[in-house]
Design a protein around this ligand. Structure first.
Ligand code: SF4
Length: 506
């Protein structure tokens, strides 16, 4: 018998799910991070996980986004063949209306990050539409939907290869993961798709990330097929790389690895990796014609009580007084608490600044002895000064860094994850510093921002140059004035320690 499902019920369910996942981590993710936090021996990685867990609880309590990047919506829709949708919209339009409402909800506005004309004007669509939607027609009389909101930083680290049939997937994954750096905000998951065609392998990798974290269960019950064997082998081998939380070096880089496969042409072995970051966001619901399918709020008891104390040796910096010479004794890995006025700027602002420099135009802001924070915050709601405002991937600013440091008087940068060779060289040559904040702890960071105003490029929206007044904003020295980088030294040290531990167990 045909089931009638109202389009309004689908829209309301999508809206509700997107709001829900913006502030509630799934319980399996919280449990896995807490377990990794408890067993972590690297102090820097443990600190990063403490911040992720504290941020997660604050978001659950405050109903505000886990990360400032609230993602691009991906929907996997299984439509029962005995369903009729009542209404006159296309299914794409129905999902996109849910996205529009979910991202625009006044009490928890989410960041609109989707740009139209991606290789041209790159104009923000304003409401985070359109979603990327995948459909399947299946037997039955329900509509089954998974929605995910995928951060740009982790999506950017996706990998694909068409291997030779005799090539090793394990070798390829172990070669790729170190090249992904920390911009995907580990600890998280890797989704791996094997087989099919090029696009099928990517889709399998993405779909695999919808499954809950269950690697411990798999360890206990043992692998029953090749995909499960690969999961068990890869999870240990990837963690033995020593990359650690936020790439700082440590025991846990991945909480789980998922593998999905599909029959392949005899000449091909397509393989894809898509990482899922510390802002893991996905929800599932089933519509059966009885009304919207709404999410059930979790209990706050699901979150562990984690405290994070900065040690006595922490360096406190007044951004309004700091000068270039003061930076010379800052040490890689050192925790710093920033207070005072901090400029912001990310991709579009950097591009515009460098274009202006090249044309000999005056700067819109005086950067002398200032620090810039790579961030695109969520708009504030209620009495907030600013919405969640975590760091964005710093390597994207590398190609602008030499020019900006040489020509503007800027002395420091704050961002997420490692710098690339060009960024490090510019930092060394200019005796500047690069500091990292924890990606995926955006609401926690925003609590250190006590005032905010736009100084320039207002037309760029969340990419405008703001001036934040911060109080005790926690960051780590990631590249010092000599170009020594904690993302290079940390993983090396921890890879060696893990190898040593493995040998001593043998
Ligand atoms: S946790 Fe990191 S990768 Fe994930 S959405 Fe946030 S900034 Fe992006």
């Amino acid at each position: 018998m045909t089931t009638v499902i109202r389009q309004e019920d689908i829209i309301a369910s999508v809206e509700d799910a997107l709001q829900f996942i913006s502030y509630y981590h799934p319980k399996d993710f919280i449990d896995a991070v807490y377990e990794a936090y408890q067993k972590e021996e690297s102090p820097a990685a443990k600190d990063a996980m403490a911040q992720i867990l504290i941020n997660s609880r604050m978001c659950a309590e405050g109903h505000r986004p886990i990360c400032q990047d609230t993602g691009i919506v991906t929907a996997f829709v299984n439509v029962g063949m005995d369903v009729r949708v009542e209404g006159d919209m296309s299914f794409d339009d129905i999902i996109n209306e849910g996205v529009r409402r979910g991202y625009g909800l006044a009490s928890n506005v989410l960041r609109a990050s989707i740009l139209d004309d991606p290789d041209g004007a790159r104009k923000n669509t304003g409401d985070n539409t359109p979603a990327v939607i995948h459909y399947k027609m299946v037997p039955g009389n329900t509509i089954d939907i998974h929605v995910a909101a995928k951060g740009g930083g982790s999506e950017a680290k996706s990998k694909f290869a068409m291997l030779n049939p005799s090539d090793s997937v394990v070798d390829w994954v172990l070669k790729m993961v170190p090249t992904m750096g920390a911009g995907w905000c580990p600890p998280g998951m890797l989704g791996i798709g094997i087989g099919g065609t090029a696009e099928k392998a990517m889709l399998l990798a993405k779909e695999s990330l919808l499954d809950p974290i269950d690697i411990q269960d798999l360890r206990e019950r043992g692998a029953s097929n090749r995909a499960e064997e690969l999961r068990l082998e890869l999870v240990d081998k990837v963690n033995a790389l020593g990359i650690g939380a936020q790439g700082l070096g440590g025991l846990t880089t991945v909480l789980d690895i998922k593998v999905k496969d599909y029959p392949s042409h005899a000449a091909n072995k397509a393989v894809a990796i898509i990482p899922n970051c510390a802002a893991t966001r996905h929800a599932h619901f089933v519509l059966d014609g009885s009304g919207p399918a709404l999410q059930t709020p979790p209990s706050l008891d699901d979150w562990p009580e984690v405290t994070w104390e900065v040690g006595d040796s922490v360096r406190r910096v007044n951004l309004d007084e700091v000068k270039k010479d003061d930076l010379l004794d800052w040490k890689p890995g050192e925790t710093v608490l920033l207070s005072g006025k901090l400029l912001t700027g990310r991709d579009a602002a950097h591009k515009r600044l460098v274009d202006m420099i090249n044309k000999g135009e005056p700067m819109p802001v005086d950067f002398t002895n200032r620090f810039i924070y790579y961030v695109g915050p969520v708009d504030p709601v209620g009495d907030e000064v600013v919405g969640p405002a975590g760091p964005t991937t710093a390597t994207r600013m590398d190609k602008f860094t030499a020019t900006v440091l040489e020509k503007t008087g800027l002395i420091g940068m704050v961002g997420k994850a490692e710098r690339g060779p060009a960024g490090i060289e510019a930092i060394r040559n200019n005796k500047a510093v690069y500091l990292m904040a924890v990606g995926g702890a955006a609401y926690l960071v925003s609590k250190a921002i006590v005032a905010s105003k736009v100084l320039a490029f207002e037309d760029l929206g969340m990419e405008a140059i703001y001036e934040f007044e911060v109080k005790d904003m926690p960051v780590t020295v990631a590249v010092d004035t000599n170009g020594e980088a904690v993302h290079e030294t940390g993983p090396k040290i921890w890879k060696a320690k893990i190898e040593e531990q493995a040998l001593s167990i043998k």
